[in-house]
Design a protein around this ligand. Structure first.
Ligand code: RIB
Length: 312
């Protein structure tokens, strides 16, 4: 099937963080002990899991979210954001004694590159039973998870997903080493260059993206995508490799670009596309995400992604 076909999509279940991003734009990010004066401040919806769920939903897949929010203003705002996208939030727990997740983000004006510190809050309360219930309720064709939920919840999610025949994708972020126990259990792995390096213990760049994907596939998953920033993504699937370069765009803010890749990739798979087509679409979605400030606002809809692909 080509990426342009409008086949009905099966459900995608996304597990991960739902954050509120507090974003300062600065000329140059501060060094340790340094204070810099920023040019602007804004609050956006964020969280890798929520960004990926929005990317999946904007790519046309029926999407459900597994997550946790506090009983606070940020929690209510983020739940409303997801509801407004048509995302099923019935498996997003509301915790009375744990706050919603927050991320402090500094974005450099010239490059759009960011530095992020995040506090997961209620994301760390996602429970194994909550994960099993979500799989039983949503019956996902595709499960997409980050490493933000606790390992016990992820183990239960993956086990339940495999039992019902879902395609299980792990985006090994934010700290890739947490993926090691799951590499034999998942179908597909998505990592950026740094995360790939952490898992294979050797340098990864655009020059060796396909080799890195091959090395990672030897650790378990038969499909591995390595995102390479402006260079696009390298992928291996069933022993065959390919690289999809990113379209040239004017980069304003890279926050959420990797998440846009993951969500669009999962949605394409749920639509029946092969992993190579899904990666090509994911690269275009990730590129478009860098052209707009903020995580949720930057995530493109499928129509915009298809138009960008058609222009190339
Ligand atoms: O991937 C980007 C996200 O990571 C941000 O939205 C922020 O919440 C951080 O966790």
């Amino acid at each position: 099937m080509s990426a342009g076909d409008e086949a009905a999509s099966r459900p995608v279940l996304v597990a991960g963080a739902i954050n509120t991003d507090l974003v300062a734009r600065v000329e140059k990010a501060p060094e340790a002990g340094e204070t810099v004066t920023g040019s602007s401040f804004a609050i956006f919806g964020g969280g890798k899991g929520a960004n990926q769920a929005i990317a999946s939903a904007r790519s046309g897949a029926p999407t459900a979210m597994l997550g946790g929010l506090g009983d606070d203003d940020f929690g209510r705002e983020r739940r409303a954001d997801l509801d407004a996208e048509g995302i099923d939030t019935a498996s997003v727990a509301r915790r009375e004694s744990t706050p919603s997740g927050v991320a402090l983000i500094v974005v450099e004006e010239a490059t759009g590159q960011n530095r992020i510190s995040y506090v997961p809050g209620a994301t760390r309360t996602i429970a194994a039973d909550q994960a099993r219930d979500a799989v039983a309720r949503v019956q996902p064709a595709v499960i997409l998870a980050t490493l933000e939920p606790p390992p016990e919840a992820l183990a239960a999610l993956f086990e339940a997903g495999k039992q019902r025949g879902s395609v299980v994708i792990l985006n090994a972020t934010p700290e890739a080493v947490g993926a090691r126990p799951f590499l034999g259990q998942i179908d597909m792995l998505i990592v950026n260059e740094t995360e790939a390096e952490d898992l294979i213990d050797s340098p990864v760049s655009a020059a060796n993206g396909e080799d890195a994907a091959l090395a990672l596939s030897r650790l378990g998953p038969k499909t591995v995508a390595v995102t390479l920033g402006a260079a696009g993504a390298a992928i291996i699937h069933d022993g065959e490799t390919a690289t999809f370069p990113a379209p040239r765009v004017e980069v304003v803010d890279t926050t959420g670009a990797g998440d846009a890749f993951c969500g669009a990739f999962a949605a394409e798979l749920a639509r029946g596309a092969d992993p190579f087509t899904a990666a090509k679409v994911g690269v275009a979605a990730g590129s478009l995400a860098t052209t707009v400030p903020g995580a949720y606002p930057g995530i493109p809809r499928r129509g915009a992604v298809q138009r960008l692909l058609a222009e190339r």
